[in-house]
Design a protein. Sequence first.
Length: 296
Amino acid sequence: MMQIVDAHHHIWRQVDLPWLSGPMQPRIFGPYEPIRRDYTIQEYLDDIAGSGVTRSVYVQTNWAKEGFEDEASWVQRTADEHGWPHAIVAYADFAVDDVRPRLDRLARYPLVRGVRMQLHWHENPLYRFAARADLCADPVIQRNIAYLADYGWSFDLQVFASQMADAAVLAQASPKVTLILQHAGMPEDLSPAGRAAWRAGMEQLAACPNVVTKLSGLGTFIHRNDPTHVADVLKQTVAMFGAERCLFGSNFPIEKLWASYRSLIDGYLAATAQFGADQRDAIFRTTAMRVYRLGP
């Protein structure tokens, strides 16, 4: 069985998350009543059983901003107890004047490998997360992300196609930081014009050697596990970035809204049948091992 690294998943306690514990808030992945509850590491381990996943990377889940260290601490304790996950992508607010005091607090937790602040903005309020569309071009954001190089950490970059030109400038401003583009650039507009805009933006990011991309969250906007859609996005993305700059992520439990873990993995395995063995190994294992420093 192929060894797989799940480079993008979540666990959570509902009580810590304003968007889960408070009034229902619109999300880009649609209605989410089935996941408005605790999603524990044990449930995740049950979900991945028999899938070939041997390591995983936890990605922050939007605790209250002031709780960013509490989140990292809780996930570190979970890993210490269960042996999973194997790396943490924590949260920090890069819009502050100097993010380094926050990064110093996160550095107390040995599994932290990177940080995510979601920068995606969309004309559709349902898809909007960031306060402004142009945060990637903000000199404060750029300066703070560049500081990650001093910690040896990556930045998980989440933007839409319309923001990718600015994101490429951000990548150029932080040449010593690996930027990990979330969800293959979130192709949400599947019209011919939308697909063309996504490809153009992806090509700009692929031209930046410090940008890699995560093949994850591809059911986000269509609300289903569609192997044909997955295969199409993977074919185009790998052609632009190369397999050595692509890595798989399940985005569980979000994708659990419409797919079992095994059906998701099977879809990705089928989609990558078009690639050679070394390319598949890069997508499912070695890129994530390198980028998130997961060991031998």
